[in-house]
Design a protein around this ligand. Structure first.
Ligand SMILES: [Fe+2]
Ligand SMILES: [Fe+2]
Length: 266
């Protein structure tokens, strides 16, 4: 399988636009999935630069209802299936951006008109070897700096809509998690459960790790004890944390940094 980072926080080396959001194009043998769409139409412009024809998308998945992952959906004019958690339309406001709207810029009705919606809290099999993970069972604690959006009534936003995708290959599984508000370890556990496979070839996405602290250390230990072969890290993951992963997981997990336009093959 292959995946391309259509847009991401980090700068590209290929005339692609980077923005503080995420969009990943996943290509399996004969199926193509768009995971998130970033903030603007940057992901579409970059797809053109990279020679990717987005008409070929089979399914679209939204990882969670944050603006930096869902606003780009507005630019898609293809009648495709969009899979998401029913809470992804939650109205939420950003504590980090002066209470600016932090949800997605389209209502359920608008999305319903445009896409064939599949809204599910349960894991959902997208293709023979691909699953939308559904609401994540939070058996381990979630990231400390998670509460950067609040609900309309000012209550804490637990982001229960945050989820990911798992792809099962012959040699093991590949887990995609865009923002990991549910905890990357919880997401991986759910992926193992859904696929009944604990051979983790790779974990791709934003891990929501910003600082070197006890929580980050626990995640690093989790990667080590689960024998995760490759970590492709970006978006809401700081350079400092990526470096720490590299230092501590030397010889066990290969650590690669994501950037807009990056292509990878597994
Ligand atoms: Fe994000
Ligand atoms: Fe997010």
């Amino acid at each position: 399988m292959r995946f391309t980072i259509l847009t991401e926080n980090r700068e590209s080396n290929c005339n692609c636009i980077n923005e503080d959001g995420l969009s990943i194009y996943i290509e399996l043998e004969n199926k193509k999935i768009l995971l998130d769409a970033g903030i603007t139409d940057a992901f579409m412009k970059n797809a053109k630069v990279l020679g990717i024809d987005l008409q070929e998308i089979d399914k679209i998945v939204l990882s969670h209802g944050h603006w930096d992952h869902g606003n780009g959906l507005k630019y898609i004019n293809l009648k495709k299936t969009l899979i998401l958690h029913p809470d992804a339309y939650t109205k939420r406001y950003s504590l980090l951006r002066n209470m600016a709207f932090g949800g997605i810029n389209q209502t359920r009705e608008e999305l319903k008109e445009k896409f064939d919606l599949i809204e599910t809290k349960e894991p959902y099999q997208i293709f023979e070897n691909v699953w939308f993970l559904g609401q994540i069972n939070r058996r381990f604690e979630v990231p400390k700096e998670n509460a950067h959006t609040v609900l309309e009534n000012n209550e804490k936003d637990y982001l229960y809509d945050d989820t990911g995708i798992v792809v099962k290959l012959e040699k093991g599984i590949v887990v995609f998690s865009s923002c990991s508000h549910s905890g990357i370890n919880n997401i991986i556990e759910q992926a193992k459960e859904v696929t009944r496979d604990d051979r983790i070839l790779a974990v791709v996405g934003g891990f929501h790790l910003k600082k070197l602290n006890e929580y980050t250390n626990k995640i690093i230990e989790y990667f080590s004890s689960n024998n995760i072969k490759v970590a492709y890290m970006g978006h809401c993951t700081s350079d400092e944390v990526i470096q720490e992963f590299k230092n501590k997981l030397k010889g066990t997990t290969k650590v690669t940094t994501l950037y807009a336009g990056a292509k990878f093959e597994i």
